[in-house]
Design a protein around this ligand. Sequence first.
Ligand code: ATP
Ligand code: MG
Length: 518
Amino acid sequence: MSLEFLNNFFFTGQFIPHGHCYLWKPGLVTLHILSDSLIALAYYSIPIMLVYFVRKRQDVPFSWIFLMFGTFIIACGTTHLMEIWTLWHPSYWLSGFLKSITAFVSVYTAVSLVPLIPQVLALPSPAQLEMANVALHKEIAERKRVEVALRESQQMLQLVMDNIPQFIFWKDRKSVYLGCNRNFAQMSSVGSSENIVGKTDYELAWKKEEADFFFECDSRVMDGNTPEYHIIECLIQADGKQAWLESNKIPLHDLEGNVVGILGTFENITERKQAEEDIRNALEKERELIELKSRFISITSHEFRTPLSTILSSADILEFYNQKLSEDNKNKHLQRIKNSVKNMIELLDDVLFIGKDEAGKQELKPRLFELVQFCSGLVEQIQISTSHKITFSNQDEYINACMDEKLLRQILCNLISNAIKYSPQGNTVYFDLVCHCGEVIFKVQDEGIGIPEKEQAQLFTSFQRASNVGAIPGTGLGLAIVKKAVNLHNGKIVIDSRVGVGTKVTVSIPINYLENNK
Ligand code: ATP
Ligand code: MG
């Protein structure tokens, strides 16, 4: 580039200033200067506002066109400043160059506008936006109204469910709770029905095994798409009490018929179950009573028949052969009659004792007496009428105890007479009396036939006898009486027996019944 070109471009060269064209008329020059200055000022200020607008409204689309307008306006402003400059300095090449840049930016902006116009026209107008806004407001208001209506209807539904006496819940396809009524919320310890949403059975008050059972049951109903009714379940409630429930589980479907959850309802049938149990127990008792009565009739009729026959035959002999009989023989028959009557009275006493006890009328009349003397006297009395040897041993010299003497006599007489009855003639029966830790312990032991192990527990029931008694007579009332008498004293009885080896019966009774039961 030659020096001459640069001189022409930036400097005046051979051109004359533009003011000459205006003949330097002050008015005309001033008019041009003022007009160009104001135009330039205005042109420079517009882009500032455009940039400010674009920065403030970043959501306005096509912001680049605003920036292009700005550039083109600045270029225009600069050409006007150049007009003032060329009044005195004829740098027309520079001025022309600036105009050409302005022309390029203006044309580029104008061309860019052409495809932009349809896009700008496609943008919603403020009026359209206003309309859309109004429509949106209407829709929001409508939605709010529907929401309120929905909430009210849900509240009504919840109210209905909360007042149903049953327990209701519903879960999603994964057995996660979606809702429940108030009864269920209280039972499951979540408090209110909203708190159950999102929980599983494993987070509620049930035990793990119960939760497993519910989960399995839910899966079965949902997987099989088949409702299950009247499922009886036992459950430990939040308060720790056991409850019996009768449940119904029904699969829930969406509009396409897919299983989307489960609805469960149940009732607490604990009272009904209890009533059933009571009826069952009462029936069982009734059955036992009927059985007892029939056993009573068969055994007592048999037990009465024998002494009655004896009495009749001895009375006949005395009536018909009175003259021929020796005094000894007469006495023998009279003795047989007396013994038979005694046996019948004893049997009646036993039956009366059982009857009284079962009616809850058997009274305990405890009094203080000395046991060692009492027991040795009893042994002496029994020893007279048996060929067995009864060995009585006692650790203490004196034992003062407060018991019902008549009942204790019945206990010991029955145990010792059993030991005698169920062991061979001439055998020894051991009777020990021990006082230990506030209890009196009576042990009666024999080396007799023993009792089969499986039958031992039932021998405390009236009229029950072991299978190995053979022809040994008995009614099966003795041990029942013993058990009841021991119970009345708050005592315990234990049988230790082996068939063919012998039997040991241990009775322990608190030494001072009155003291212990104050
Ligand atoms: P009773 O009413 O006349 O006493 P019982 O002796 O048959 O008749 P329990 O005294 O109640 O009735 O005894 C019940 C049963 O227990 C007996 O029939 C007998 O089978 C068994 N039993 C009791 N004591 C003994 C014992 N010491 N040895 C073996 N068996 C015994
Ligand atoms: Mg007996």
